[in-house]
Design a protein around this ligand. Structure first.
Ligand SMILES: O=C(O)CCC(=O)C(=O)O
Length: 302
């Protein structure tokens, strides 16, 4: 979507270059994986899961510790502090309680089983593999864009988040969609039925690896739905600017900053799964973390 107010720019190197070992595991309890490929270090093909060199010494120890932390962060589904509702939520109640004041996770609001069937890895590659997609860097102020064939993205870039990478060096496929070329797919998506007066809706579709996500930013209101995978959301009201670095990944924020936050400074948070949509009101700060390789779509109301 559109991004937040302009602010601090420029990278800050991570304190240590963590080894590639930090490719992190997805959780084991997910009903349907998108790729069908296992992506944890213990079962990845050897060549793709390099061990650090013995000379790496102390760095190796730190790396292992960080890898454990990352694995735990992606495996654990913490409690949901966002209000929940189900399909019985009326439009009047949605407007009165949520539309302009607080986020909500609604279960059963849409039925996207048919869309999900079109979004499997094989079907998307068969239909759109040769189409070019536009990737954005996964930082708060997404400036850099890279175009490449969808198949190349899936086969070479769709990997678990590397902890050593900054968000500004991580490419994320979300938004910037070509609605002409991909129209045959998007016309099968059933969006959440709730609209806000005077707004129209626009989709942003994406696919990203486990541990990836978008760091804190804000814009207009909208809905987010995962088609495959689980996505953890972190949200703050407009008056609470979160502590974060705009060029670092959500995963590094979760490992480094989140544990230091006193309870009153913690964000609202919730992990959404297929069959649930999350609504965020205008100007609410939000960051996302894909716990699995995920296929997802936002409906922006603007
Ligand atoms: O789904 C994501 O990872 C990013 C979603 C987001 O930030 C948005 O919809 O504004």
């Amino acid at each position: 979507g559109t991004t937040a107010p302009r602010g601090q720019r420029g990278g800050q190197g991570l304190p240590s270059a963590l080894p590639r070992l930090l490719r992190v595991a997805a959780a084991l309890d997910v009903p349907a994986r998108w790729s069908g490929r296992c992506c944890c270090c213990s079962c990845a093909p050897r060549a793709r899961c390099a061990r650090p060199s013995p000379a790496a010494g102390e760095r190796q120890g730190r790396g292992r510790e960080a890898a454990r932390g990352a694995r735990a962060a992606l495996t654990r589904e913490r409690r949901c502090t966002v209000e929940r509702a189900d399909a019985a939520l009326s439009y009047a109640r949605f407007v009165e309680r949520f539309a302009f004041s607080r986020p909500v996770v609604i279960r059963g609001l849409t039925d996207n089983a048919a869309f999900r069937a079109l979004c499997t890895r094989d079907r998307l590659l068969a239909a759109f593999g040769q189409r070019r997609v536009r990737l954005s860097t996964a930082n708060t102020y997404s400036y850099r864009k890279v175009d490449m064939p969808f198949q190349e993205y899936v086969e070479h870039l769709l990997e678990p988040q590397d902890l050593a990478l900054l968000g500004s060096d991580t490419l994320y496929f979300f938004g910037d969609n070509n609605f002409t070329e991909w129209g045959s797919l998007f016309q099968n998506y059933v969006p959440p039925p709730f609209r806000l007066p005077g707004t129209t809706s626009a989709y942003s579709f994406g696919i990203a690896g486990s541990g990836s996500g978008v760091p804190f930013h804000w814009h207009g209101p909208g809905f987010s739905e995962v088609i495959f995978g689980r996505k953890r959301w972190f949200l703050y009201p407009p008056e609470h600017t979160p502590e974060f670095h705009p060029n670092r990944t959500t995963l590094s924020w979760l490992l480094d900053t989140y544990p230091r936050l006193p309870p009153e400074a913690r964000p609202l948070e919730c992990t959404i799964r297929p069959g649930e949509v999350l609504y965020f009101p205008a100007r609410w700060w939000h960051a996302t973390l894909n716990l699995d390789t995920s296929v997802f779509i936002s409906t922006f109301l603007g």
